[in-house]
Ligand binder design. Structure first.
Ligand SMILES: [Zn+2]
Length: 417
């Protein structure tokens, strides 16, 4: 008789997000629904999923049962793009941002990313860790069970390594899995503004080898954008990172067409984020290369814009779309994936079904974790969110509602409302 730790029974609506879905059209079946269902967890893994009526209690030995009647059960949410390690605050620029003041003007008043860079450089590793762990614990309450975090506010060899060591410690200490991304090419630090190619050299010759030597990053990211890293600089950095064994992702075409989508496809990046100004050719190339589009509607919302990436067009083209928070102290002080789905449904015209898939299975693919997480299927890690509502639609529909009832990570309940 197999021994089992946990049974979730009498589930009103189970959303498995089972593998095998390829299209992006409104198709509720693609979410893999089961009514009156049951999930059996053994240790860290899911071992059985089915109708309550087919569940044979005598086959299992379980220590805990959760009665999920009236509830919806979904795969744990996955945030595939964040900048959750930072010091300081940018609340003093909030009025400037939402009034539409251009970024360069905010920067000239001492705001912008440079103010965060200065705060991170001054902060100790311990201080950064404590601040970030608090944020991670708060994200768990919104259902996040896997979280990508980028460096990119250090912009010196030592400060980038400091950030990545904090991210590693978070992975070891927090209840959830943290995926580390090296973003040394987030911006040019003030001391290199007049000699940009020297900074690119520093990233390639010093930072990437050191990051790789300490095995501190799974992904490498570059801010490829007009006025930041050019297409040529982006390509050089990403090729060096690829040679060092890192997977690739990009901040691409956020404010202007900057060839980010094209480069993502050319270099086989797993994902590219933002894409509001990507060219049709670039998006086609991404589709053919299997690169996932990570859309970040919290950023437009946080900047008070009415313009969002055209999720509908991307999905109708056949691109796979993930949604993430882009949690950062400047443009997106938002760490709730359910609220991101609300913005995506209202302003990007994604359906609730598409939005749920975009924060589960597709997000897992963007992080190369789809074999372990992102769906509720036997053999997968038991990462599960239970919401106190009868339908998955409540994830976007009840904007900012306290619907997350329980969060389970690797078979262990890590949050109860
Ligand atoms: Zn970002």
């Amino acid at each position: 008789m197999p021994t089992t730790g946990l049974i979730i029974s009498n589930i009103s609506q189970l959303v498995t997000c089972k593998q095998g879905f390829t299209g992006c059209k409104e198709d509720e079946d693609s979410l893999g629904f089961l009514e009156n269902a049951c999930v059996v967890i053994e240790g860290e893994k899911i071992v059985w999923v089915g109708k309550q009526s087919d569940f044979k209690a005598e086959n299992y030995h379980f220590s805990e049962t959760i009665d999920a009647s009236g509830c919806t059960v979904l795969p744990g949410f996955i945030d595939s793009h964040t900048h959750a390690v930072f010091a300081g605050s940018r609340d003093d620029e909030y009025e400037m941002r939402i009034s539409g003041m251009p970024y360069m003007e905010i920067a000239s008043k001492g705001g912008g990313i440079t103010s965060t860079v200065m705060a991170v450089r001054k902060a100790s590793e311990e201080n950064l860790f404590t601040l970030a762990l608090d944020r991670v614990n708060s994200m768990v309450k919104h259902g996040t069970t896997t979280l990508e975090i980028k460096s990119g506010y250090g912009l010196t060899l030592e400060d980038e390594l400091k950030m990545l060591r904090v991210i590693k410690r978070l992975d070891e200490s927090a209840d959830i899995d943290i995926v580390p991304t090296f973003l040394g090419a987030h911006e040019f630090p003030p001391e290199y503004r007049e000699r940009r190619d020297s900074y690119v050299d520093l990233v390639i010759k010093d930072m990437i080898p050191a990051v790789s030597e300490e095995n501190l990053a799974e992904f490498c990211d570059v801010f490829c954008e007009e006025g930041v890293f050019t297409a040529e600089q982006t390509r050089k950095i990403l090729m060096a990172a690829k040679d060092a064994g890192m997977k690739l992702t990009l901040h691409a075409d956020e404010f202007a067409h900057s060839w980010g989508a094209e480069i993502a496809a050319e270099l086989g990046a797993l994902s590219a984020s933002h894409l509001g100004h990507a060219s049709r050719e670039g998006l086609e190339a991404m589709k053919n290369a299997g690169t996932i589009a990570i859309l970040l509607p919290g950023t437009g919302f946080g900047l008070g814009k009415v313009e969002f990436a055209n999720a509908r067009e991307l999905m109708d083209m056949g691109l796979e779309v993930a949604l993430a928070t882009d949690f950062n102290p400047g443009s997106s002080m938002l760490h709730s994936l359910p609220i991101v789905t609300s913005i995506a449904c209202s302003f990007m015209k994604m359906t609730p079904a598409e939005a749920v898939r975009a924060i589960t299975l597709t997000a897992a693919k963007a992080l190369a974790r789809e074999d372990e997480v992102g769906s509720i299927e036997p053999g997968k890690q038991a990462d599960i969110v239970i919401i106190s509502s009868p339908s998955y639609r409540y994830v976007p529909y009840f904007v900012g509602g306290d619907i997350v009832e329980r969060v389970i990570k690797k078979g262990k309940v890590i949050h109860t409302a």
